[in-house]
Design a protein around this ligand. Structure first.
Ligand SMILES: [Zn+2]
Length: 127
């Protein structure tokens, strides 16, 4: 019996976790740099607006082998790890049948860890 036979909601749940990870990646990049949270996602190097195919969590990073489709700049592993981290965190919460509060706390912990990494990367001394 597959996991999806156990609950058809699982597909949506796992996709939502990766999408949330992708959204958190946007926050981790933009908040320390005081960039607007509105507007389309763009390459941090060439500024090219990313297409829908470039924004599929986990899949796009793997398909592009961690590089920008337009300028070829390397996209840090942090993007993939945050999306995977959120997917793993949510999967564990599903498996352990945690409460919604525990799911929110685990998502916050994963995000805070990567937000800390993002802050560190935004400091001029770290470049
Ligand atoms: Zn680029």
């Amino acid at each position: 019996m597959s996991l999806t036979e156990l609950n058809p909601f699982l597909h949506f749940y796992l996709v939502l976790s990766a999408v949330l990870g992708s959204f958190m990646n946007m926050l981790v990049w933009r908040l320390p740099r005081k960039e607007s949270l509105g507007g389309r996602s763009h390459c941090f190097s060439c500024g090219h607006v990313l297409s829908v195919l470039d924004l599929i969590p986990i899949v796009s990073w793997l398909a592009l082998r961690g590089r920008c489709r337009y300028c070829g700049v390397k996209i840090p592993f942090r993007y993939l790890w945050l999306e995977l981290g959120m997917l793993i965190s949510w999967s564990l919460c599903w498996w352990l049948s945690t409460t919604l509060l525990q799911l929110i706390v685990s998502s916050a912990v994963v995000s805070i860890i990567f937000f800390g990494v993002g802050l560190w990367r935004a400091w001029p001394i770290a470049k």
